[in-house]
Design a protein around this ligand. Structure first.
Ligand SMILES: [Zn+2]
Length: 253
């Protein structure tokens, strides 16, 4: 059995014994991985707080038959401003649940997902206000769904493929994005979407995560709340696992 190194972000952990825990992580090279953190529950552990949730580490792992053992961990980012801010913490947990749901072991998209997840957690941690925090989460939702193969349709009707009339655009999570007036009549739970909101989402989907657009300045709390709600409905529609924090955020928004 061999050793390997990778960068990974801790998603969750559970107890293995009185002193050891198993940490579930999303890694840059192998997607979801699990590793035994020996002695991690002891205060004197050499792995220390690096095995806590939402920490990015450079790891050295020993590959076992069924489980990896974490030999060394060097913290790359603890996203420290997130740890003292309830909003930042909740939205970061929400993103990590999505990664844990759509991510798989030996994920062919691991590098792309890892980079997106890392950038999202970093920008949430550094966000100076709620709007910029939510913009990061909205971009994450759009791009994560794209990578996972469920890219949102925002240019034509997701049902009939027809073009959309600017004044009559509707959103249907069930149908995978925007729908036209006719298709709306046989879709469930549609919401009328102002074309400017559609343009806003479409721009964020097309641009790189770090790219700035005029929408960064135009975005308001109300617009962000609306978009977050639509996207969280969309994510949950296709998610293999239930996103528990999504429901909490829906209620508390
Ligand atoms: Zn249609």
């Amino acid at each position: 059995m061999q050793n390997f190194t990778t960068n990974a972000i801790n998603l969750k952990s559970y107890n293995l014994s009185e002193t050891d825990k198993i940490v579930v992580m999303y890694s840059k090279d192998k997607g979801i991985i699990k590793g035994v953190a020996k002695g991690a529950k002891k205060t004197t552990s050499k792995l220390g707080g690096r095995m806590d949730m939402l920490i990015a580490n450079r790891l050295l792992l020993h590959q076992g038959k069924s489980l990896n053992t974490i030999c060394q961990a060097q913290a790359l980012n603890t996203f420290k401003n997130t740890r003292s801010d309830m909003d930042k913490l909740f939205y970061s947990i929400y993103c990590s649940e999505i990664v844990n749901s759509f991510g798989v072991e030996n994920d062919p998209n691991s590098e792309e997902i890892y980079e997106l997840f890392y950038k999202t957690l970093d920008s949430i941690s550094k966000a100076e206000n709620k709007v910029s925090l939510m913009l990061s989460v909205i971009k994450f939702q759009l791009k994560m769904m794209h990578i996972a193969g469920y890219s949102l349709e925002l240019e034509t009707c997701a049902c009939c493929g027809g073009s959309l009339d600017k004044e009559n655009i509707y959103f249907s999570a069930q149908n995978g994005g925007t729908v036209c007036k006719e298709c709306r009549n046989h879709s469930l739970r549609t919401v009328k979407l102002h074309y400017k909101i559609r343009d806003f989402l479409n721009t964020l989907l097309q641009l790189d995560f770090d790219a700035k657009s005029r929408y960064d300045e135009l975005a308001t709390q109300k617009i962000c709340d609306l978009c977050f709600g639509l996207l969280s409905q969309y994510v949950q529609q296709f998610s293999p696992k239930k996103i528990k924090s999504g429901q909490i955020l829906e209620i508390t928004r």
